[in-house]
Design a protein around this ligand. Structure first.
Ligand code: C2E
Ligand code: CA
Ligand code: CA
Ligand code: CA
Length: 278
């Protein structure tokens, strides 16, 4: 119903204040969540497409709120980024993943890689190099099992700096993956310029496989291009056997998706990985 005695603009500005207030409230709750250790990492298996063995895990953050339950990163990562809290969260993700990876190694999951999502904002700061160096040292997790997932938008800003940063990361021995490949504004030229290891085909190209002819051809072309340049290819969001079969046929190396498993708690991941280890 229309509010009597008010004009339209007052109504809208009330509305804006409402959403700004909601954001502020979430930001302050997120600050508390970090202090009270309400953030948790879930782990989604990365699977060798031909053998079905688990070769790695992608760490995906969740916020376990005592009242609201699990809150999706899609809701709070944007707020973490606009408030600067992403830097604290990012450090925690690096530490927690390396600690978990090293623990799993000691429990018999040898050679399992851990992929973490790095926000473009983290990537812009040179502190990232030091944070990763320190964490690898303090946890003992091998650098070549840590994979950083970067988005195209992180890579497409100020190219000279980006290349320096990527080279420094490669010198540490970590692996570099490009996330959501094909969805951002990217130039194919940077693929040969940047020292990348893995290309993750975005779920939107996988959804309608194998029926959708254009998507099928795009995937085929991405796999071929990536292999020519020496990158591994991982397909994201694989939900159906038909998709996996098609991806196997075109030579895709590995996949992630509900077909194999959703993101799992560390304990559930460990149990599953024991059954599917190399
Ligand atoms: P992303 O990096 O592209 O992660 C893949 C998302 O797809 C995850 O959502 C995952 O749960 C979901 N997914 C995986 N397989 C399937 C499938 O077969 N079907 C469907 N429908 N979905 C699938 P999630 O965990 O909600 O994460 C959303 C986004 O939040 C991530 O997208 C990433 O951009 C961001 N994110 C998650 N964890 C972190 C983190 O630690 N740091 C940062 N900076 N961002 C993170
Ligand atoms: Ca990712
Ligand atoms: Ca992705
Ligand atoms: Ca995504």
């Amino acid at each position: 119903a229309k509010s009597e005695g008010r004009n339209g603009s007052a109504y809208y500005s009330d509305d804006l204040t409402q959403s700004a207030r909601e954001r502020l409230r979430l930001e302050s709750r997120l600050r508390t969540a970090i202090l009270e250790q309400q953030l948790v990492l879930y782990y989604q298996p990365q699977v060798d497409i031909a053998s079905g063995q688990i070769i790695g895990a992608e760490a995906l953050i969740r916020w376990l709120d005592p009242e609201d339950g699990l809150i999706s990163p899609e809701r709070f990562i944007p707020i973490a980024e606009s408030s600067g809290l992403i830097h604290e969260i990012g450090v925690w993700v690096i530490e927690q993943s390396c600690r978990q990876g090293e623990l799993w190694h000691q429990q018999g999951l040898h050679g399992l890689s851990i992929a973490i999502n790095v926000s473009p904002l983290q990537f812009q700061r040179c502190a990232l190099i030091q944070q990763i160096t320190d964490t690898l040292l303090s946890t003992g997790f091998p650098a070549d099992l840590l994979e950083l997932e970067l988005t195209e938008s992180a890579l497409m800003t100020q190219q000279a700096d980006v290349l320096t940063m990527l080279r420094q990361l490669k010198q540490l021995g970590v692996r570099l993956a490009i996330d959501d490949f094909g969805t951002g504004y990217s130039s194919l030229a940077y693929l040969k310029l940047f020292p990348l290891d893995v290309l993750k085909i975005d779920k939107s190209f996988i959804d309608q496989l194998p029926k959708h002819q254009q998507d099928a051809e795009i995937c085929r072309a991405i796999v071929s291009l990536a292999h020519t340049l020496g990158f591994k290819v991982l397909a994201e969001g694989v939900e159906y056997q038909g998709q996996r079969d098609f991806l196997t046929a075109i030579g895709c190396d590995c996949f992630q998706g509900y077909l194999f498993a959703q993101p799992l708690t560390a304990d559930d991941f460990f149990q599953l990985a024991l059954q599917h280890k190399a």
